[in-house]
Ligand binder design. Structure first.
Ligand SMILES: Cc1ncc(COP(=O)(O)O)c(C=O)c1O
Length: 462
């Protein structure tokens, strides 16, 4: 008899990095960066503190011009509705406006922000799954493009239009099966004729007019072919509505979602290698329109609503290494003063981070963590950088989209936001102070006692 080992079930062990993980993005040495928009990084920190969020005005304008240029080259009647929620710092919206953009909004707050910056109502596109009656009335009164999201909203809009006693134009937001997971929280479904039925209802209403169709395919979509497929279906439905319902499509709106060079966690390729150019997106979106041009009653205007592709690459955060530590597994961690409260996109991107000092070619592996007293405050799970020490400055690039509008005050205040341009640097949002956080609070009377009597909150109330 041979000695046999008793059977034990096999164990799965993960290999470091995992068999399917992408090779480290940072095999190349990240180039040191000493200036942003021509301004010295160290000077910016000296003037505005660390961390500081820096917007490069010229870079943003150049990207806008490239995007609109690419689309107008193949469909001259194209307008950009800049997606306000992507970054609703007023300076961003005002810059886009100076370049010729309309505003694309999804709430009354964003609508009023655009109006406050001088954008007329009839150059605002109003989307979103929930719009209040008051906001819808204002939008109709001022001639905004209003895209409806569902049956209940259509019902409310019929009542509002009848109450206003005048004909108003509306668009229908569509959803269709294009990708997985489907982007199906919004709009009227195309495949089961839900959208067609909604259009028929509008055609029967004396005070409603169907002016256009809207489709937002999803967000961060590197493949232009997806846009081509979406546009083909939008065009087919638009032509059918013109034929069957005596409608005339004044516009087709293909939303946003155009990807940037940022890299999503767990993707095989870095973002810069897989995201398409504005020209490739323009070709994909406009081709179905050009092919059908002679079949339309008029010539529909094309709206696009880019967000991230316009603003992502124009902003950076300068941050300081506040400590270098070793974690339990031996990996080094650099503790930065910028956390996920001002950089929420770190939850889904591996942001590019560059040193300011040139510290040579020897690289070390770091986890980049933020200053919040939370284990989840991780800016990069892993990155190779030349050796870091306390007080080193770093620049986190491509942070213009969704970081300000989704930032929160949590543990630390939000820092200064500045805009750098050829003539200088302007503060566009002051750093928050304690008062900012507490100003909306009130101390209820049963908590006012000898200890709390002198609190600013009590003085506020009395
Ligand atoms: C209706 C609509 N348009 C435009 C955008 C902008 O998207 P992105 O920033 O991905 O271009 C969004 C964002 O989700 C959206 O919901």
């Amino acid at each position: 008899m041979t000695d046999r080992k008793p059977y034990s079930s096999p164990e799965l062990q993960s290999l470091p990095g995992g068999p399917l993980s992408r090779p480290p993005l940072d095999c190349r040495r990240p180039e040191p960066i000493s200036k942003i928009a021509g301004h010295d990084v160290r000077d910016l920190v000296e003037r505005f503190g660390s961390p500081v969020y820096v917007i490069d005005d010229e870079k943003m304008r150049a990207q806008y011009r490239r995007m609109i240029g690419a689309f107008r080259a193949s469909w001259p009647d194209t307008f950009i509705g800049t997606s306000v929620k992507t970054n609703y710092l007023s300076c961003m919206v005002a810059t886009m406006r100076e370049e010729g953009a309309w505003g694309e909004v999804v709430s009354g707050f964003e609508y009023r922000l655009c109006r406050d910056l001088g954008i007329p109502g009839n150059e605002i596109i109003f989307n979103g799954p929930w719009k209040t009656d008051d906001d819808i009335r204002t939008a109709f009164a001022e001639g905004a493009v209003v895209n409806l999201d569902g049956d209940d909203e259509l019902e409310r809009v019929i009542a509002i239009a009848n109450d206003m006693g005048k004909e108003v134009g509306v668009g229908l937001r569509l959803n269709m099966q294009l990708n997985y997971p489907p982007w199906d929280k919004f709009g009227f479904k195309l495949e089961n004729d839900h959208a067609l039925e909604a259009a028929r209802i509008i055609a029967r209403e004396p005070n409603l007019r169907l002016d256009g169709l809207h489709m937002h395919v999803g967000t961060y979509l590197p493949d232009p072919a997806l846009y081509g497929r979406a546009m083909s279906q939008v065009v087919s439905l638009a032509l059918r509505l013109e034929r069957e319902l005596d409608a005339e499509m004044k516009y087709l709106d293909l939303g946003g979602g155009y990807a940037t060079r940022n890299t999503l966690h767990d993707t095989m390729l870095p973002g810069e290698a897989q995201s398409a150019t504005p020209e490739a997106y323009a070709e994909a979106v406009t081709r179905p329109l050009r092919q059908a041009v002679s079949q339309f009653k008029g010539s529909p205007r094309l709206f696009i609503e880019p967000g991230r592709i316009l603003v992502d690459e124009s902003a950076s955060i300068i941050t300081t290494v506040r400590a270098v530590k070793h974690m339990a597994g031996g990996q080094k961690a650099a503790l930065l003063d910028a956390g996920v409260h001002i950089l929420p996109t770190a939850y889904w991107y591996d942001h590019e981070i560059r040193p300011v000092e040139d510290r040579g070619a020897t690289m070390e592996n770091y986890r980049m963590v933020g200053p919040l007293c939370m284990q989840i405050d991780v800016i990069r799970k892993e990155i190779n950088l030349p050796a870091l020490s306390r007080d080193d400055l770093l620049v986190i690039e491509n942070v213009g989209a969704y970081n300000f509008s989704q930032s929160i005050q949590f543990i630390y205040m939000r820092p200064a936001y500045v805009m750098a341009h050829a003539n200088g640097v302007d503060v566009v949002r002051l750093p928050e102070e304690d008062d900012y956080v507490r100003s909306q609070e009130r101390l209820p009377s049963h908590l006012i006692n000898d200890e709390t009597r002198n609190s600013v909150l009590v003085r506020d109330v009395t």
